[in-house]
Design a protein around this ligand. Sequence first.
Ligand code: HMG
Length: 333
Amino acid sequence: MQCIYRHVLKKIKTSKRTITTSVPEIRIYEVGPRDGLQNETKFVPTEVKVELIHKLASSGLKNIESASFVSPKWIKQMSDGVHVMTNIKKIPDVNYPVLVPNLKGYEIAKKCNVEEIAIFPAGSEAFSQKNLNCSVKEGLDRFRAVAEQAVKDGVRVRGYVSCVVGCPYEGPISPTAIAKVTEEVLSMGCYEVSLGDTIGVGTAGSVRRLMKEVLQVAKPENLALHFHDTYGQGLSNLLAGLEFGIKTVDSSVSGLGGCPYARGASGNLATEDLVYFLYGLGVNTNVDLVKLVEAGRYISNFLAKPTESKVNRALGDRFSNHLDIVKIASCKT
Ligand SMILES: CC(C)(COP(=O)([O-])OP(=O)([O-])OC[C@H]1O[C@@H](n2cnc3c(N)ncnc32)[C@H](O)[C@@H]1OP(=O)([O-])[O-])[C@@H](O)C(=O)NCCC(=O)NCCSC(=O)C[C@@](C)(O)CC(=O)[O-]
């Protein structure tokens, strides 16, 4: 089968010479510290959030959505965003984006010297009302003002579109509606739009239908996939999406996650499961699975709940060497 993933040229040193080879690569956008924790009822202290972010960065993840600057009246769990962002010991080549709902949140984020923000309009009218207290159109206008200011300030902007397959209040959402919102979000200057199956109702079939429509208005390199794993379809949905040439995938360590305004939705696709899956496809992730598993256990232990990652559970205490796990994933025993 022809490899469908983006390839990067890498210089690899052998004992005798340096060779240039082509390695497929997928960009992982970790959302655990934000999407993963925002729905937790027990307040996670700032130092635990910061330690989680440090552990994720040391596993090799390069994009870690670290906080959100939403109204603390709406999401109390994220109310310490300023302290989180000012206490992270940043690694130079790691991106630490934050979620921003309006200009007020943007101004606070800016004071924390963030280099990237994410805006998050919805594809569904009812969800927009519940999540943002405004219509889709009002949300888009509000986010356009934020994006324009950020672009002016040289801050990168990423966009989410929520409820790309289904809405907890309205039911199925048409791919045409999602394509329309995606096009508008891209026109605001976002370098990428992440398509969020907020309640995890998608299947490989509905994801294919969505991709066909959205790719009428966007290039695959400007799209990302954001799956919640409510019905256990996260990885098959992802495979369906990757077949369209998408190169960025969102996931959450330990499968944490959920939105308080999307009751019943489970966590995101677990990053440990994603990394294992990608190694199996021969896709380079540059992530150390042992360190990632440790990060997942750190936060699950703190929350006193079992990990939602099947890979994390399956590995138990058997493996301390990243390469051994990669061999299993690649079936190269
Ligand atoms: C958009 C609003 C603010 C409108 O909320 P509102 O109540 O209509 O706004 P408001 O302007 O009337 O403000 C109400 C109060 O909040 C304050 N306020 C207002 N904004 C801010 C701010 N940025 N930072 C700090 N404070 C703020 C504001 O100052 C005021 O304080 P008061 O005067 O009463 O003392 C609110 O609805 C909100 O914060 N919503 C965010 C909800 C949220 O975070 N949801 C989860 C993230 S979305 C998600 O998870 C989906 C995603 C992205 O992961 C993709 C997927 O999974 O598919």
